[in-house]
Design a protein around this ligand. Structure first.
Ligand code: DX5
Ligand code: ZN
Length: 303
């Protein structure tokens, strides 16, 4: 059974003009988790992609025996769970800071047939997950502030990863996201991380497949043989039913944040063969982290 484990290429840093091919490259190199960043322009300033992109990639990823790992950086994530599940997400992670209904959202993700993860921003203490630790399939420790690729790894992160691992126990996957490369993956692994999201260091490299293998080696995670045939299936999946539950294994250089005008969304060192241009972020004086919300019943939330 495929597990949510190892290096997870983040397509945020891919060349969207040839997204399918880029995902195919890293799948061929052995990647078995494809990370998809969803941003709504509210929880974080940028807008990125939605269920249509997940749907467009789903068959290709699943046919390779890999998983789609959706990272929702959106307000009120509980309203979008069913759309992403229908589109082909295997794991859905949302931010604890983005909803007062963390327990409800975890249940809704599992009800939709996906595994459930909860993410926390760098300033959020690990204890916010204490009451739901037993319900988690995955905990995501942000190692940069969410919203942009290409930021430097926050040096204090390994200590936080250790505290998070101690809180959740050995069972759930522990994902790290932001600034992961060959110089940071090892420390995260030693601290207890098991899933390593890599965007710029991977798709920004001249050879993403080679970068995947190097980061995987740095994280001391076994690379999956690229010889696995495309027809390899995941236990529980059939062509007509791709939705199913899966088990999971058990400040130097820091930029000001929110980024100043001109900050590049995608790292400027991306492959020179890329035809796309980095996008700049406008000033973000109106950025708000989390508006007041009204309590609502589960039924009302899902409406
Ligand atoms: C940032 C996203 C990350 C991003 C990581 O908010 O959640 O997944 O793609 O990019 P890098 O690896 O460039 O830090
Ligand atoms: Zn992410």
């Amino acid at each position: 059974m495929t597990e949510l484990h190892g290096v997870a290429p983040s397509i945020l840093a891919a060349d969207f003009a040839r997204l399918g091919d880029q995902v195919g490259e890293v799948l061929a190199a052995g990647a078995r988790v494809i990370h998809v960043d969803i941003m709504d322009g509210h929880f974080v300033p940028p807008l990125t992609m939605g269920p249509l992109v997940v749907s467009a990639l789903a068959d290709r990823v699943h046919d390779a025996g890999a998983l789609i790992d959706v990272h929702m950086m959106i307000e009120r994530p509980e309203r979008q769970i069913s759309e992403f599940a229908k589109a082909g997400a295997d794991n859905i992670t949302f931010h604890a800071e983005a909803t007062p209904h963390v327990h409800y959202a975890i249940g809704a993700i599992k009800d939709a047939g996906c595994t459930a993860g909860v993410a926390i921003c760098p300033a959020t203490p690990v204890r916010v997950l204490a009451e739901v630790a037993a319900d988690l399939d995955l905990a995501l420790c942000m190692t940069v502030n969410p919203g942009w690729g290409g930021q430097p790894f926050i040096p204090a992160s390994p200590g936080k990863i250790e505290r998070l691992r101690a809180l959740i126990g050995a069972g759930p996957a522990l994902e790290v996201d932001g600034g992961i490369d060959t110089s940071t993956a090892g420390a995260c692994s030693q601290a207890g991380a098991t899933v390593f999201v890599a965007g710029t260091a991977l798709f920004g490299a001249p050879d993403p497949a080679a970068a995947y293998r190097e980061i995987a080696a740095a994280a001391h995670t076994p690379t999956v043989s690229a010889s696995i045939p495309p027809s390899t299936s995941i236990a529980g999946r059939s062509p007509s039913n791709s939705r199913r539950r899966r088990t999971l294994p058990g400040d130097p250089g820091r930029k000001a944040w929110p980024p100043q005008p001109g900050f590049t969304v995608m790292q400027s060192t991306r492959s020179t063969s890329s035809t796309s241009s980095p996008t700049t972020v406008a000033g973000v004086p109106g950025f708000r982290a989390s508006p007041a919300r009204q309590p609502a019943s589960r039924t009302a939330l899902s409406a």
